[in-house]
Write a protein that binds this ligand. Structure first.
Ligand SMILES: [Zn+2]
Length: 308
């Protein structure tokens, strides 16, 4: 991005940062080495760095007065219960990110059920409060897991933030439609924010999807959504935001997948600073509260029985 754009954007950012739509800020509190091991079988680092990276993230968010929804895998909660309490102590919401951080398709129905029940219970035991929001690891609820939303309902979840455009299509909805909807009147599904590219709807909600997209472009697109009165949801991982120790050298794995996963070392610190200067953010339930609160369900369309 060249200097003329920067100058123009700065003016816009300063004038509109505190007004308008509240957007959802989310983080998946994953450990990079653990994810690489479960996903690609790579042995990368023997120590968990997620704790240190997340404390760095909390400090940053505190400095900007930002509150978010943090999706925590059960295995992270198991190792670092103090971190989970620090997250809620900082005024952030907690959601479940599964227990083992393995996609639903790989787990299959029975193990998926055990995974989401176990994760919910572990988080609730630590926090002594209900945890009812879920986001699948690696966006792993797809057309190939038609039972997944029913399992989430059975496990006691009421909000999901996993649905990518392809899943929306499978559910009989438009892949362009980013508005929340109710699945079987029990689960509020908040689709992930997407973008029209080559006449296809593609995920565009931070993380890997936006890692290589200039921030000026991101800002213009999200501003266009807010101008239409639409909230967007945005996320990244602590290791993308604030990589510590070995995570800064993930390219040493000699794996293209691992390198792509983490080569933009810390760029989200810059991205989030820019976005926070331009947009209002809050946890998922604040950004989409009117769709989640039962008293306002009049304008949430029901989707009944599509996955039968
Ligand atoms: Zn994850």
């Amino acid at each position: 991005m060249g200097p003329p754009h920067s100058r123009k954007l700065t003016v816009i950012e300063n004038t509109q940062a505190s007004a308008g739509v509240i957007n959802a800020l989310c983080f998946d509190i994953d450990d990079l080495a653990y994810s690489l091991k479960t996903k690609n079988g790579l042995s990368f680092s023997s120590e968990y760095l997620v704790e240190k990276e997340t404390y760095g993230l909390l400090e940053f968010l505190d400095g900007l007065g930002l509150k978010a929804t943090m999706f925590v895998p059960g295995y992270v909660a198991e190792h670092f219960p103090g971190l989970i309490r620090a997250i809620t102590g900082g005024g952030h919401d907690i959601g479940s990110h599964g227990y083992e951080h393995i996609v639903a398709e790989q787990l299959q129905q029975k193990r998926f059920s055990n995974d989401v029940v176990r994760s919910k219970k572990r988080l609730e035991d630590i926090l002594s409060r209900e945890v009812s929001t879920y986001r699948s690891p690696s966006w792993g609820i797809t057309a190939r897991t038609p039972w997944a939303y029913d399992v989430l309902i059975e496990a006691g979840y009421s909000v999901d933030n996993t649905a990518q455009p392809a899943l929306l299509k499978h559910l009989g909805r438009s892949p362009w439609d980013m508005m929340p909807f109710r699945y079987k009147d029990r689960l509020t599904v908040i689709p992930i924010t997407s973008f029209r590219f080559l006449n296809r709807s593609v995920p565009f909600n931070g993380g890997f999807f936006c890692a290589y997209v200039p921030i000026g472009f991101q800002i213009r697109y999200y501003a266009s959504l807010n101008e239409k009165g639409m909230a967007f949801n945005y996320f990244c991982h602590p290791y993308e935001f604030n990589p510590c120790g070995a995570n800064r050298q993930v390219w040493k794995c000699n794996s293209l997948a691992a390198t792509m996963y983490g080569m933009y070392f810390g760029i989200y610190r810059y991205y989030l600073t820019r976005l926070a200067g331009r947009f209002r953010f809050g946890p998922l339930k604040e950004a989409y509260g009117s769709y989640i609160e039962p008293k306002n369900e009049g304008h949430v369309k029901n989707l009944v029985g599509v996955l039968q």
